[in-house]
Design a protein around this ligand. Structure first.
Ligand code: NAD
Length: 261
């Protein structure tokens, strides 16, 4: 962990039910574990069965409660079943971290093809929309909740060689703001985290393709390092906590200053 914030130390989420998608690794796993440490009952959702079970086991080993549900966020029946299982197992849904996402793009805009466009949009945009749709339906029944979507700095500024990814993350920011406006009076807060370059399997794959990018990518951050998954987890927990009770429709940059310059 990079530091421990108050929410993580104090059992701040004791008894709360939290759903994390894309929780088989990287940012999702770190956030699911942080919620577990903070006392939450955690639903771990991912395509990956091995990784999902491993995350759930880590939460349980640390003394928390976790349920893994294999989910493809691009499929409505999967997402509906995920929320049903969450409610039948833990009784409710207080917070959701919609984090499943893919990047897969290292091409100039004119060199990408339709299949890549559809794949990225399907997971990042449709997947997030489906998750929010069924989460919000459940939260409306309970009288409130908090949702955090993992967008990206690529949801705020351009990202050369990642035009489709940037479009998908800008779309997520638009959905976040709109949902915040639509459901604020129903007690549902909706925010995004916008990470800079974070040290996860996604980054490892990108650097494997082109190791020469490491220094250039690192130097994008005035803080002088890549982010760690725990940096994003800390932000997600804060946005879900009652300490952020008046924060909604916000895009929280967790980017080591990348977008400051
Ligand atoms: P990762 O590849 O380590 O984790 C992504 C997870 O999402 C994987 O476990 C994968 O199995 C899961 N997933 C992919 N498609 C899915 C689907 N259809 N249904 C369910 N699960 C699915 O990547 P990460 O770096 O931890 O990324 C997490 C999120 O953070 C993504 O939305 C990504 O776009 C975003 N992000 C990452 C970085 C970075 O530098 N790593 C920066 C900004 C934003």
């Amino acid at each position: 962990m990079v530091g421990k914030n108050k929410q993580q130390q104090d059992g701040y989420f004791e008894g709360k039910v939290v759903l994390v998608t894309g929780a088989a690794g990287g940012i999702g796993r770190a956030t699911a574990i942080a919620f577990g440490r903070a006392g939450a009952n955690v639903v771990v959702a991912d395509l990956s069965v091995d990784g999902g079970h491993a995350t759930a086991a880590m939460i349980v080993e640390a003394g928390g409660k976790a349920l893994f549900v294999q989910t493809n966020v691009t499929r409505a029946p999967d997402v509906e079943a995920l929320i049903d299982k969450t409610v039948s197992y833990f009784g409710r849904l207080d917070c959701a971290f919609n984090n499943a996402g893919i990047e897969e793009e290292h091409l100039l805009l004119a060199d990408a093809d339709e299949a890549l466009f559809d794949r990225i949009m399907n997971v990042n945009v449709k997947g997030t929309w489906l998750c929010m749709k069924y989460e919000i339906r459940q939260m409306l029944k309970q009288g409130g909740g908090a949702i955090v979507n993992t967008a990206s700095v690529a949801g705020l500024v351009g990202a050369p060689t990642q035009a489709i990814y940037a479009a998908s993350k800008h779309a997520m920011v638009g959905m976040t703001k709109t949902a915040a406006a639509e459901y604020g009076r129903a007690g549902i807060r909706v925010n995004s985290v916008c990470p800079g370059v974070i040290n996860t399997p996604m980054l490892a794959r990108a650097l494997e393709r082109d190791p020469t990018r490491e220094k250039k990518l690192r130097n994008l951050h005035p803080i002088g390092r890549f982010g760690e998954a725990a940096d994003v987890a800390n932000a997600a927990l804060w946005l879900c906590s009652s300490q952020a009770a008046f924060v909604t429709g916000h895009q929280l940059m967790v980017d080591g200053g990348l977008t400051a310059i």
